[in-house]
Design a protein around this ligand. Structure first.
Ligand code: FMN
Ligand code: SF4
Ligand code: SF4
Ligand code: SF4
Length: 592
């Protein structure tokens, strides 16, 4: 039975990393010491990763009150004030029905469809999922609708795949449905290899049943009786909660044989991938499940025609499936009211980098990048100047300030040279070097190339060599043109999306920040002061009082000088770590 007082502690990976388990222990101890009757639960990520640890108190006095930025030391004071004195501490409140809270506006800007249960329910409790309408959509589907009806509804909703490509989901289902076969499969792509992305992990950790329900509905629609969730093994909590959710759903008759007496059978297996980026590509993923090396193959045939073990297979991303039950319960029309003409619904973004409110947000498609970054994300960390935003991970590109009013939808973003991608949004400030940024992403794709195509394998290597030279001050006239030429050839000559999009971060940074490349090549300087080989730390004679703090901080003994005398940096020994600059209280160390 539910108790009148309920306390929830955020225990997704972000909450645990911030000390959530210590907070939970303190809450338990407080309730015991003060003999307070309460239901103590844990939830997944509420999205406000920057404000972890989060603790929500639901009671009759104040409704829902979310406290944030907590450490275990804060727990006693907060619980005492809230539960015993009945005077909650406003300075700790982040979102509250009664008190507003410091982060209330940020939540209000969002529309939570995919994240509807994340941070709200206990992800390990099927009853909580059911209490919020969970498995209602499955019941309705199996009882009232034909596979054709379901496909029509998804088509009408305008939902497009959230794994990066944006292919219309209803059409993909229809293609699999139309194939004649004794056996069909459903796959959920939870590989999520993009640097800076954690949307899928958070959904799986926070609301695993909604993904299962989406897959079940897809299975019924296309005529499949078996499914796989391909999740990288580096997501142990997601894997654990998925397996638990499968067991519980099977116990309740939502999975297995003759589901809800409908005659529909469906079996689900979690397959743990070894964490290779290329295994997120659907044909490589299928090869990996079959026990072969994860290498992409030429399409067609598409997985809808010949997928897992040669059978018709529908593959969708985690977020795509997480939308399905909501659409089936609330109707395609309601869903299609959110978003733009060709990009319906909402999109979850993992906001990272130099942003104040880093975390997970869900916004209606069509909101401008400026609003996502400044209103939802709270603006740039330390109020520094915005420089660019990187969208779409290594397949995407960097968008400059002049294009910040671009709406977040598939087609508008492609026009900038970036892509929507799966939802990684990395914000960069004035201290970011754009050449180095392009080098970082190319280094990643180069490393992750499966090596099948010459252009992808060797072309990206040559591009990386050029970028390395430029950031080391060894750039030459003509390097930019060589990068552009190689980019075109790699895009054309590569078999899969990895190679076809690998040059994008380089091309967009050349397009919008060409002057930074030129400065590195011609003047041998890095305008952002980031490329180590192009910077120098020096001590300003007039300012140095000889306190010795820099000398003590230097990890490689590169600083010489007696007490009360001007100190000097040995440039041959210096590894350019910047520790001396941080240690000097007299602004006597300069970086040039
Ligand atoms: C190199 C590479 C990596 C990919 N990684 C992922 C991934 O981690 N998750 C994902 O859903 N799609 C990924 N994709 C896209 C998938 O191939 C596929 O288009 C997608 O899973 C389809 O689902 P959707 O229609 O729901 O978007 C990747 C594609 C490429 C080329
Ligand atoms: S483009 Fe690159 S990752 Fe894709 S198949 Fe070719 S070599 Fe492998
Ligand atoms: S810390 Fe600054 S003032 Fe002190 S010795 Fe070093 S440079 Fe000079
Ligand atoms: S930058 Fe680092 S290595 Fe160089 S002098 Fe300063 S503290 Fe030493």
């Amino acid at each position: 039975m539910e108790k009148a007082l309920r306390i929830k502690v955020g225990l997704a990976s972000c909450g645990i990393a911030a000390g959530g388990l210590d907070v939970l222990e303190k809450v338990e101890a407080f309730l015991k010491d003060h003999q307070v009757e309460a239901q103590l639960d844990h939830t997944g990520c509420a999205g406000m990763c920057y404000a972890e640890v989060l603790m929500e108190i639901e009671d009759e006095d104040f409704g829902s009150t979310m406290y944030g930025y907590l450490s275990a030391d804060d727990v006693d004071d907060i619980l005492h004030a809230h539960l015993i004195d009945k005077k909650p501490l406003p300075e700790h409140i982040v979102v509250s029905e009664k008190f507003g809270g410091s982060e209330k506006e940020i939540i209000d800007y969002q529309t939570r469809i995919v994240l509807r249960n994340c941070g709200v329910i206990d992800p390990e409790s099927i009853d909580e999922y059911i209490s919020r309408g969970g498995y209602e959509a499955l019941k309705k589907t199996l009882t009232d609708l034909s596979p054709f009806d379901v496909i029509e509804e998804i088509k009408q909703s305008g939902l497009r795949g959230r794994g990066g490509g944006g292919f219309p989901t209803g059409i993909k289902w229809e293609l699999t449905y139309k194939e004649q076969s004794d056996k069909k499969y459903i796959i959920c792509n939870a590989d999520e290899g993009d640097p800076g992305a954690f949307m899928d992990r958070s959904v799986l950790e926070g609301d695993p049943h909604c993904v299962l329900e989406g897959m079940l509905i897809a299975g019924y629609a296309v005529g499949a009786d078996e499914g796989y969730i391909y999740c990288r093994a580096e997501y142990p909590l997601a894997v654990k909660r998925l397996k638990l959710a499968i067991d519980k759903a099977t116990e309740r008759g939502f999975l297995g044989e003759n589901i809800l007496d409908s005659g529909f059978n469906f079996k689900l297996t979690v397959y743990e991938g070894a964490g290779a980026f290329v295994c997120g590509e659907e044909t490589a993923l299928i090869a990996s499940i079959e026990g072969r090396r994860g290498m992409p193959r030429i399409r067609p045939p598409y997985p809808a025609q010949s997928g897992l073990w040669g059978k018709p297979t529908n593959n969708n991303n985690v977020e795509t499936y997480a939308n399905i039950a909501w659409i089936m319960r609330n109707g395609a029309k309601k869903y299609a009211k959110f978003g733009t003409e060709k990009s319906k619904g909402t999109k979850v973004f993992a906001l990272t980098g130099k942003i104040k409110n880093g975390g997970l947000v869900e916004v209606p498609m069509g909101m401008t990048l400026r609003d996502v970054i400044y209103k939802v994300g709270g603006g740039i960390l330390d109020d520094k100047k915005f420089k660019a935003v990187q969208l779409g991970g290594p397949s995407g590109g960097c968008i400059p300030e002049s294009l910040l009013d671009t709406p977040v939808d598939y087609d508008s973003l492609v026009k900038t040279g970036a892509i929507m991608g799966s939802g990684g949004m990395v914000v960069m400030d004035e201290t970011t070097c754009m050449v180095d940024m392009a080098r970082f992403f190319l280094n990643f794709t180069q490393d992750e190339s499966c090596g099948k195509c010459t252009f992808c394998r060797i072309g990206t290597k040559r591009m990386l060599e050029i970028l390395n030279r430029i950031t080391q001050g060894k750039g030459e006239e003509g390097d930019i043109e060589k990068l552009e030429e190689l980019s075109v050839k790699i895009k054309k000559g590569s078999l899969c999306g990895l190679g076809q999009t690998a040059p994008n971060p380089v091309l967009t940074t050349i397009k919008y920040f060409r002057h930074e490349y030129e400065t590195h090549i011609k003047d041998k300087t890095c305008p952002a002061g980031l490329c180590k080989d192009l910077i120098k730390y020096e001590i300003i004679e007039d300012k140095c009082i000889g306190c010795g703090a820099c000398k003590r901080a230097c990890p490689v003994d590169a600083i010489a000088g007696e007490r009360k005398e001007v100190h000097i940096i040995n440039q041959d020994t210096c590894i350019k770590c910047g520790a001396c600059m941080t240690a000097c209280k007299f602004d006597a160390v300069k970086k040039s």
